[in-house]
Design a protein around this ligand. Structure first.
Ligand code: FES
Ligand code: FES
Length: 871
């Protein structure tokens, strides 16, 4: 059937297949890239927004045929004056991070401003209610829309900061293209002869695969290849730590979760690929699933994963005699805290594109958090050398730890190798949720004592986390939970044990905070309980116990430098006192988070600065840009050191050079990547200082590889324990209104050195958004190993109008091991948040809550999570 409509002022005629969504038509047939697919066909993220006959509509929820005769407007069709204004406003306000959600929001803002030229902040938040942003916390988005409004009223607005080194609020690298939807994500890429891939996932959390029959799938018109485990030429099992995750489950093996891949299809179009994947016939012997981590490690439980016993890991920390100290303590408190499984819900689902090159190599476009790990694992999967795989990062639309493990890279590469053609494979939202690792649910039993003055005497804790079907980095998450089990406090006697267990639930792995969030919810709850027992103010008991330089951290590490926790407590104090004096319900919590993996890992920062013929300088590094702003701060380091303008530098992440650094994880990319760039830039600076100009240096490569290998394993019998390179510290307070809703969060964070204060604030604001969801509304509930919903609203991520006022206070206690004193800020923003909310709720209604999310609270009930008002 032929459909005709007007698109950005031009008449367009298309022939969509039956039932095709308007989003698919506009993206795939009309080449409109400002519309993104974050959740189709749910209509719940707003990334696919277009103006249709003047009304704002989510196009994934409309059929292409319904557009017949209508006038469609996207960002591409706006006048240049509007486009430039919108882009400048978002760049100047730092309202864009990964950028996946922003084109839709910018168009929504135009729709709002056309009708309401002077909206209040509440009006703006209300207007963007259908839009989900997982990165920013919305504050700077609202700032940007306010700037748009001013610009449209003819008022002057600040220009984005175009130049500057360390400390400047330099506009995000590539911000303008990101706002306009011109900066491609993987799914925006196209190639001549491109095939589309799709996966067939397991139907059960645990079952033996008796037979896989691909004949019906292969017979479907348009299908070019169907591959299964039998087609994998190399190592079918991969994994970041344990090689326990098969790219395909084979006949005769068990599927272990509902995200397991049984087959993959390449076809001429995405729809045919998905249809064919559904036609792969799989016969199973269904087995009872192991769903409870405690039952999983009990004797006699079926083994979930053939490569490892159900006990994935056990981490212990033992210092002093905790039992004796507790027995002698003036006050002892305790309880059991339980956290929930959390879905990352980055707005961009997983996607990869693999393209055979004329020289025989394979070009893999990935959005993973460690492109060299992707290359290593894909090469092994295909039985090829790593040199034969050229891997390139396409900066992703959010990751938060969920893109560390392989998702679709190996299957996509295999399809490209099998067909000899470029293949792109993008997951649907449902597939994404089924497949990638989550935040661990952890049960934590705590007993904590203090003396009569409120000084901590001992912490005893037992933790067990559900790691799901694959190891991922689950052992490290539980290790980190144990290591952060005492929070940022001085504790002379420590007895902590944490266990990670396999189950047939969706795998759990890295997610922003990485075990520290869970542990802080419990230890900060204990601090509140002890404050009551000792009749001390919650701020005061934290102040008395907060670590200082020379104190010993939970793991036994002596904290020798950059310990800013008391500075953050002091920064919060006036706000705290004022709110208490006003009679508000206030909660306070502290936190710390390692920067750098540590625990004995060898860690690298690697960089190459290359002077290009066009007068620019490429900055190659091995870490990933995922919205956190890494590429921007690397440019700032290079500009600071060389004295060259920031606009000179072009950051790049690919395998042109051997820059394997492992995953972009542990809040370490600024720390180690920044050190490498700083060091390489110093060599370029030396040449410039010698009188050479860039034109004389074309082709010159300035290299720096920084190795950090002085951390020690947890529990290692060494004289000088140093489990981590560095720590970030924070104090947050939560203020409720008179109805028990979260009115304000004040967050004071020691960031070492704010390389870019706007980006630092953005990381913390975005984290607080995630932390409030963690505290109050978010949970990925599973039933028999299957998420009970894939709907974005039901998962409970907060919307713009759910966000309270957030005030960020940046505290700088320089880190000597960091570039210009900087340390990581990407994760710590939500470490204290849930506990601060719990404290405020107890102050409000007298109920101490031990389980997340705290849905029984007035603060949770007040959250809309997008359930109302949708256009
Ligand atoms: S992709 Fe249409 S609203 Fe999410
Ligand atoms: S900037 Fe909004 S989802 Fe990343």
């Amino acid at each position: 059937m032929t459909v005709e409509f007007r698109l950005n002022g031009k008449t367009v005629t298309v022939e969509p297949r039956a039932g095709e969504s308007l989003l698919e038509t506009l993206r795939e047939r009309c080449g409109i890239r400002s519309l993104k697919d974050g959740c189709s066909p749910q209509g719940q993220c707003g990334c696919c927004l277009a103006l249709i006959d003047g009304s704002a509509k989510v196009t994934c929820a409309m059929t292409a045929t319904s557009a017949a005769g209508r006038e469609i407007l996207t960002l591409e069709g706006l006048p240049d004056t509007d486009r430039h204004l919108f882009a400048r406003a978002f760049a100047a306000a730092a309202g864009v991070q990964c950028g996946f959600c922003i084109p839709g929001i910018a168009l929504r803002a135009k729709y709002l401003l056309d009708r309401h030229p002077s909206p209040s902040r509440d009006d703006i938040a209300q207007a963007i209610d259908v839009h989900l942003c997982r990165c920013t916390g919305y504050k700077k988005i609202v700032d940007a829309i306010e700037l748009m409004a001013r610009g449209r009223r003819g008022e002057a607005i600040p220009a984005p900061v175009a130049d500057g080194g360390v400390g400047a609020r330099l506009a995000r690298y590539d911000a303008i293209r990101s706002v306009l939807g011109e900066r491609p994500f993987v799914d925006d890429l196209d190639r001549p002869g491109l095939l589309h891939g799709a996966l067939r996932l397991s139907d059960h959390p645990r079952a033996r695969v008796r037979r896989i029959d691909t004949s019906r799938a292969k017979a479907l018109p348009g299908v070019v290849a169907v591959v299964t485990a039998a087609d994998v030429p190399g190592q079918r099992w991969y994994g970041l730590i344990e090689q326990d995750w098969p790219g395909f489950v084979a006949e005769g093996e068990e599927v272990r979760c509902v995200g397991d891949v049984v087959a993959a299809v390449a076809a001429l179009d995405r729809h045919s690929a998905r249809e064919a994947a559904a036609l792969v016939d799989v016969e199973y012997d269904v087995l009872p699933a192991v769903l409870d981590p405690v039952a999983s490690i009990a004797p006699g439980a079926p083994q979930v994963n053939p490569k490892h016993a159900n006990l994935l890991s056990r981490s212990t920390i033992c210092r002093g005699d905790a039992d004796a100290a507790l027995a002698a303590s003036a006050h002892v408190v305790g309880g059991t805290w339980q956290t929930q499984r959390i879905e990352h819900l980055y707005l961009e689902p997983e996607s990869a594109l693999a393209e055979p090159l004329a020289d025989g190599r394979l070009h893999l476009y990935t959005q993973g958090q460690g492109i060299f790990d992707d290359r290593r694992q894909v090469a092994a999967f295909l039985a090829r050398s790593e040199d034969e795989i050229f891997v390139e990062l396409v900066p992703n639309g959010g990751a938060f730890g969920g893109k560390e493990d392989m998702s679709v890279q190996a299957q996509t590469a295999l399809l490209a190798q099998a067909t000899g053609r470029p293949v792109k494979l993008t997951l649907s939202r449902e597939e994404s949720i089924r497949l990638h690792p989550k935040r661990h649910p952890i049960r934590m039993e705590y007993t904590v004592g203090c003396d009569a003055d409120g000084r901590l005497t001992a912490v005893k804790a037992r933790m067990i986390g559900d790691s799901g079907a694959y190891a991922s980095v689950g052992a490290k998450v539980l290790e980190r939970a144990a290591g952060h089990g005492c929070g940022p406090y001085r504790v002379p006697n420590v007895d902590i044990e944490s266990v990670a267990a396999y189950t047939n639930n969706p795998p759990c792995g890295a997610m922003r905070g990485f075990g520290a969030n869970q542990a802080h919810f419990a230890i900060e709850g204990c601090m509140d309980l002890l404050a009551k027992k000792t009749a001390l103010d919650p701020w005061e008991i934290r102040w008395r116990n907060a670590v200082e330089v020379g104190d010993v951290f939970s793991t036994g590490q002596v904290l020798e430098k950059s310990v800013g926790i008391k500075k953050t407590l002091a920064a919060i104090k006036p706000h705290y006192d004022r709110a208490r004096a006003e009679g508000r319900a206030v909660g306070i919590a502290c936190g710390l988070k390692n920067s750098g993996i540590g625990n004995g890992a060898k860690e690298w920062g690697k960089a190459r600065l290359v002077v290009e013929p066009d007068g620019t300088v490429s900055i190659y590094n091995g870490y990933t840009e995922m919205g956190q702003g890494l590429l921007t701060v690397l440019v700032q380091f290079a500009a600071e050191v060389t004295g060259l303008p920031a606009a000179c530098f072009r950051p790049k992440v690919d395998s042109t050079y051997q820059l394997a650094c492992g995953q972009t994880t542990g809040s370490r990319a600024t720390l180690f990547g920044g050190r490498a760039v700083t060091s390489a830039a110093a060599k370029l600076r030396a040449d410039l200082d010698a009188g050479l100009r860039l034109a004389n240096l074309v082709g010159r490569v300035y290299a720096a590889d920084v190795l950090v290998d002085d951390t020690t394993e947890l529990g290692a019998p060494v004289a000088r324990i140093k489990t981590h390179t560095s720590f970030g510290y924070a104090t947050q307070m939560c203020v409720l209104d008179d109805r028990g809703r979260v009115a304000k969060i004040v967050a004071a964070h020691d960031v070492g050195r704010a390389v870019n204060p706007s980006l630092c604030e953005g990381q913390i604001e975005g984290s607080i958004h995630m932390g409030l969801g963690y505290a109050l509304t978010e949970e990925l509930v599973c039933d028999n190993g299957m998420p009970v919903t894939f709907k974005l609203r039901d998962i409970g991520v907060l919307r713009a109008r759910d966000m309270p006022e957030v005030e960020v206070i940046l505290v700088e206690d320089p880190e000597p091991e960091g570039p210009f004193g900087a340390k990581g800020v990407g994760e710590i923003g939500l470490v204290p948040t849930a506990a601060a909310v719990a404290g405020a709720l107890e102050a409000f209604d007298g109920i101490r809550r031990y389980t997340l999310p705290m849905k029984d609270s007035p603060a949770s009930r007040a959250m809309s999570v997008g359930r109302r008002s949708r256009s």
